[in-house]
Design a protein around this ligand. Structure first.
Ligand SMILES: Cc1cc2nc3c(=O)[nH]c(=O)nc-3n(C[C@H](O)[C@H](O)[C@H](O)COP(=O)(O)OP(=O)(O)OC[C@H]3O[C@@H](n4cnc5c(N)ncnc54)[C@H](O)[C@@H]3O)c2cc1C
Length: 407
């Protein structure tokens, strides 16, 4: 039997970021991951995320950003349009006096950069390829049985184990969910025209198609969300026919598109745990909530969750208080639930607004989007939200964040 202060289940972007944020506190921390350690051999841009400025500030503070940026593509323009009408809106970094609007980052590179930084902290141990056999808690501890042999006793356990969270299920935390009735097809594609550091998204009647720029000027990552039926049809097509369908769906905005990797499919569901706490167990990021990828905000939201939790834990440790007490965990839950609920609502409006084929609604959205495009002040507000510069941000993600002082 081993006693630790904090166990984090899941070494995805959220789990590793939390471990790194807490490492300087000197607490005894264990990260348990069912998969393998992050590896450079898996950095291939098959899974990417658009990270915003708030996430970049947090990852910079942790020293992970230079390695992430080395394989990322910054984008300075964004174009969004409706395939079914004249609706169109464009955003530009220069008009916001910024160098870029965000970065398209390789998910595995994010994990790798965080893991490399963690290695210098001897008080944090990562265990990969491990299976959690049981999870129980008493008033004082959480007991985890790993690999049928090892018992860990922790004062706090954090579930950062993604959309199908084992921790959430083991603690029977209630989950609200609904199916977006869509799948996202993800792949890298070659484009016959350069992407010009522009992130593009077209809203098709069956769902949005995003073309996200990668470091090579003629490579993009696609996130093609479509009905489950359409996704199955597309996946069954020979490569050349898939390329033709993809090029047509993109309105040939980047010329001819050609698959470079086999598309992978992700089922899209809104998931929201109505409670994120059970005794000394707390959920973060995708384990607590998952949203439609159309606005590229899921990982950004999860990173802010762990920054908020780390901020509260750090303050408690600085004051010699119990960092796993219910009041602190409830404060974290209230703080981050408010942000998650707002995004879930916004995603729902987008998803329903753009998949509706009613002529009047189509006209309203076309007029609305085109009018918005003419209003710089409104565009600035939208951009500020997308950059993560609005809302109740954790200190390390705030625009002026510079120091290592968490409390
Ligand atoms: C198609 C698509 C596109 C997206 N694009 C964007 C984007 O552009 N921008 C953005 O911000 N977000 C985006 N997202 C969302 C983003 O990918 C997720 O929000 C983010 O990866 C969640 O991170 P996480 O660490 O919470 O979970 P995960 O990345 O899922 O990590 C969870 C970890 O826990 C491990 N685990 C699971 N169960 C166990 C267990 N029982 N024991 C031990 N370990 C376990 C897993 O192996 C995994 O390593 C997108 C999502 C999808 C599906």
């Amino acid at each position: 039997m081993q006693n630790v202060d904090i166990t984090i289940v899941g070494a995805g972007s959220a789990g590793l970021t939390l471990a790194l944020l807490l490492a300087p506190l000197g607490l005894d921390i264990v990260v348990l991951e069912q998969g393998s350690a992050p590896s450079v051999s898996k950095v291939n841009h098959q899974r990417v995320s658009a990270l915003n400025l708030a996430s970049q500030r947090l990852l910079s503070h942790l020293g992970a950003w230079p390695a992430i940026a080395a394989t990322a593509q910054a984008y300075s323009h964004m174009q969004v349009w409706d395939a079914d009408s004249f609706a169109r809106i464009e955003f530009d970094a220069a008009s916001e006096r910024l160098a870029q609007l965000g970065w398209i980052c390789d998910n595995e590179q994010i994990r790798l950069a965080l893991y490399q930084q963690l290695k210098v902290h001897s008080n944090v141990r990562c265990e990969f390829n491990c299976t959690i056999n049981s999870l129980q808690q008493s008033e004082r501890d959480v007991l985890v049985n790993i690999n049928q042999q090892q018992i860990l006793l922790s004062r706090l356990l954090v579930g950062a184990d993604g959309v199908n969270s084992h921790v959430r299920r083991a603690t029977q935390l209630p989950l609200t969910h609904w199916d977006y009735e869509q799948q996202a097809l993800v792949a890298s594609v070659k484009t016959s025209q350069p992407h010009l550091a522009t992130a593009r998204q077209v809203f098709l009647p069956s769902g949005p198609l995003a073309l996200l720029p990668l470091p090579e000027s003629n490579m993009c990552s696609i996130v093609w969300s479509c009905t489950t039926e359409r996704a199955a049809q597309l996946l069954a097509l020979p490569e050349q026919e898939f390329n033709q369908a993809l090029t047509a769906a993109s309105n040939s905005v980047l010329g001819v598109l050609q698959l470079q990797t086999k598309p992978s499919a992700f089922e899209l569901k809104m998931r929201y745990a109505s409670s994120w706490l059970c005794g000394r167990v707390v959920l973060v990021a995708d384990a607590a909530h998952s949203i439609h990828p159309l606005a590229g905000q899921g990982m950004n939201l999860g990173l802010m969750d762990v920054a908020a939790l780390a901020e509260l834990i750090s303050a408690a440790v600085a004051e010699n208080k119990d960092f796993s007490e219910a009041r602190l965990l409830r404060r974290y839950e209230r703080w981050r639930k408010a942000e998650a609920q707002t995004l879930i609502g916004v995603m729902e409006v987008f998803k329903r607004g753009f998949s509706n084929k009613q002529p009047l609604l189509k006209l309203v959205r076309a007029v609305g989007m085109s009018s918005m495009n003419q209003l710089p002040w409104l565009k600035s507000k939208i951009i500020a939200a997308a950059l993560g510069n609005t809302g109740d941000l954790p200190k390390l993600a705030q625009p002026q964040a510079k120091t290592r002082d968490l409390a």
